[in-house]
Design a protein around this ligand. Sequence first.
Ligand code: NAI
Length: 261
Amino acid sequence: MYPDLQGKTVVITGAGTGLGQAMALRFGQEKANVVINYFKEEENPDDTIKEIERSGGKAIKIQGDVSKEEDIKQMIQKAVSEFGSLDIMVNNAGIENEVPSDELTLEDWNRVISTNLTGMFLGCREAIDYMLDHGIKGSVINMSSVHQQIPWPHFVHYAASKGGAKLLTETLALEYAPKGIRVNAIGPGAIDTPINAEKFADEKLKEGVVELIPMGYIGKPEEVAACAVWLSSSEASYVTGLTLYVDGGMTKYPGFQAGKG
Ligand code: NAI
């Protein structure tokens, strides 16, 4: 537990499902004020809100599309009007789809880049602008991926968006370090969330993924959420510009494990 997170206000995008939802619940356990952005009607987070309230936190929801400037502005405004501040911004929303790059349509390219990268930029800009105006030494976390480092055939738009997330994070970390605003990224490996549901429903495909993980199992959303609260807390007060890989060792060349290299 991180006592300094109690009463802090955090906005989490794409928090109706998966990692965003797990982070919302964990920030709730830390007794933070959680603003849950969700995207689709069926992801309505009423149950998550109840669970957060049961664990001692506070939570509200706001539907919105991170690729729309106005929607991001509204998320921040809602956080401030409801809870009086914004201390932590988690740019988590993201999408992917598999398609050979020579067949990738401009529409699909734009959809992924505008959600994963432009949405992240807008979230960073609006949060940092608020923090600067109010002298808040806040924390921004961008949900990147191991694919900010590992090339990923058939997912070029996704890999490009996460590669962009890396330098977006590092550049903003450098730019706002003198103001005490920390900007970090989390790079998950393969985690059991809806984004992977189809892939992991196929045992063969799932086994293939597990083979790429030195620790030998698919990660749990809670394992990512645990890193997000640490990165946001004062325990990480001197950490900025980092991508914290939460990947069971996936980025460490599993092909070279003993006997294979
Ligand atoms: P998910 O599919 O459960 O979550 C993504 C969320 O983003 C969904 O709730 C979705 O509705 C929301 N979203 C999509 N478009 C949006 C938009 N325009 N505006 C607002 N919200 C939008 O999958 P997961 O795993 O929780 O993904 C969260 C983040 O983690 C993504 O950025 C993803 O790229 C990243 N990630 C996930 C990994 C995994 O293995 N699960 C691995 C590496 C990165």
